[in-house]
Design a protein around this ligand. Structure first.
Ligand code: NAD
Length: 434
């Protein structure tokens, strides 16, 4: 099929591309295509598409093959997205990404995405959906975390070559909780894979607060250690806040130090570290090309490690944020969620948020990890999020699964915070040597 034929009919194309100055729009105009309204691209007669525009036409073709061709009037959620400007629908015309993401048998190079104004390659589009009943695109946390960890691995290797410094993370485990031991093991394994050295101290359940403080002080003073993590929860006889406050601000890679949280919520202040789980939520949104600025966001939960920092991060990115909590009535929650473009759910209640409560086209980041009994599983339970995934998937435009969504990002962000800390310490040494 000739490339002009591809564009001969109205085609739904990215909201981003409908902006007159966007690279796609410029390219379309150069090749005699016109854009009208927000969503339609209609070609005029013109020369065959070549080079970049050939790539573009292939993308439109690939897009149409995904049955996402529609007029704005027949496509409720996309058209409302378009009216709001470039946002969560902005990757709609792009083909699938991943192992099979290619144009004419060749992989799409990363520079192409920068050229069309995307910071990151788009996520896979789901095929087989028709307008009106299409399912949300999965935000694949496992795959995105894999990309992040690969980037970190490369940066760690480069730091070692350039400065002879290897980032170090100290992990302190108190007691014998099986879940805590598992988390610590997986954090150490992730460090090893990224080339980060992990140091560990395991203390008995009845360790005194003073002994634990001594261990933290030792790591604070150790120049090989760039990050310190005390695995929570701690035994009841230990004052958790006192321990967290004892961790040096420069090594608080969990971001739980009161000063870090304080600086996160204050205007015009920059925290040294941001807590890993909410930081991972924002990274998922960014790498899925979800625009945050100007959007309405709802955060379920107000804990220090998820809800409060997630709300602060979204607000710092110019979203209008509403925090829902244990005293929020279901009626209020429904009213807020019906208006929210972005939902971050961290209430710890299995499948609490129903699909019909959500705004069509919204983006859902499900932080919750809850186990519910399931006799069909060998282990007798399965993990679910705070959002009814099957219901939400029919309404949202993008959604994280549980497991495989936010969880993998938490560890990736811990590695990132450790690398950033090492980078800061290398820069400080450099500054002193100037
Ligand atoms: P938490 O128990 O400390 O806090 C739960 C919060 O939910 C509280 O602030 C509470 O006010 C709020 N809440 C209770 N009922 C609510 C309701 N009906 N509507 C709205 N909010 C309500 O829990 P947490 O540590 O913040 O964790 C929350 C969830 O996130 C849990 O399921 C946890 O397992 C999960 N989690 C996941 C990761 C990850 O890496 N994916 C990391 C941390 C926590």
């Amino acid at each position: 099929m000739g490339s002009q034929g591809i564009l001969a009919t109205p085609v739904t194309i990215t909201a981003q591309s409908t902006f007159p100055q966007s690279p796609i729009s410029r390219c379309l105009r150069r090749h005699h295509a016109t854009y009208c309204g927000h969503m339609h691209v209609v070609s005029r007669a013109g020369p065959p598409f070549i080079g970049f525009s050939r790539t573009l036409s292939s993308k439109v073709l690939a897009y149409r093959q995904h049955q996402r061709v529609a007029t704005s009037s027949s496509h409720h959620s996309r058209s409302s997205d378009a009216q709001r400007g470039p946002d969560i629908a902005s990757n709609a015309c792009l083909p699938t990404w991943g192992g099979t993401h290619s144009i004419r048998g060749r992989p799409v190079p990363n520079w192409w995405y920068a050229r069309v104004g995307l910071k990151y390659p788009p996520l896979s589009l789901q095929s087989g959906a028709s307008p009106g009943d299409q399912e949300a695109v999965l935000i694949d946390g496992k795959s995105i975390a894999g990309q992040v960890r690969e980037e970190i691995r490369a940066d760690v290797a480069a730091m070692q070559v350039k400065f002879g410094v290897v980032p170090g993370l100290a992990v302190v485990l108190v007691g014998s909780r099986a879940d805590s031991a598992t988390y610590v093991r997986s954090k150490k394994k992730a460090c090893a894979e990224a080339g980060i050295i992990s140091y560990g101290t395991e203390l008995p359940e009845d360790v005194s607060e003073e002994e634990l403080l001594n261990v933290v002080a030792g790591y604070n003073a150790d120049p090989r250690v760039h990050g310190i993590l005390v695995q929570l929860p701690l035994p009841k006889h230990i004052d958790e806040e006192r321990i967290l406050e004892a961790i040096s601000m420069e090594k608080d890679v969990d971001g739980f130090h009161p000063r870090n949280i304080g600086e996160l919520v204050m205007r015009n202040r920059e925290p040294t570290f941001v807590p890993c789980t909410p930081k991972g939520c924002i990274e998922l949104l960014d790498r899925s090309n979800v625009v945050i600025s100007g959007k309405r966001a709802a955060v379920l939960g107000r804990s220090n490690i998820v809800g409060i920092p997630a709300a602060a991060l979204l607000q710092n990115r110019d979203a209008t944020v509403t925090v829902l909590h244990s005293r929020t009535t279901t009626e209020v929650a429904k009213a807020v969620l019906a208006e929210a473009d972005i939902v971050v759910a961290g209430a710890g209640i299995p499948e609490f948020v129903k699909g019909e409560w959500l705004k069509p086209g919204c983006v859902v980041i499900d932080v919750g990890i809850n186990s519910v009994p399931d006799e069909s599983k060998k282990r007798g339970y399965r993990l679910v999020g705070d959002v009814d995934f099957d219901g939400a998937r029919k309404v949202a435009s993008k959604i994280t699964p549980v497991p495989g969504g936010v969880g993998p990002m938490t560890i990736a962000m811990l590695l990132k915070n450790t690398l950033d800390s090492a980078t800061r310490s290398v820069n400080q040494v450099g500054d002193r040597n100037v």
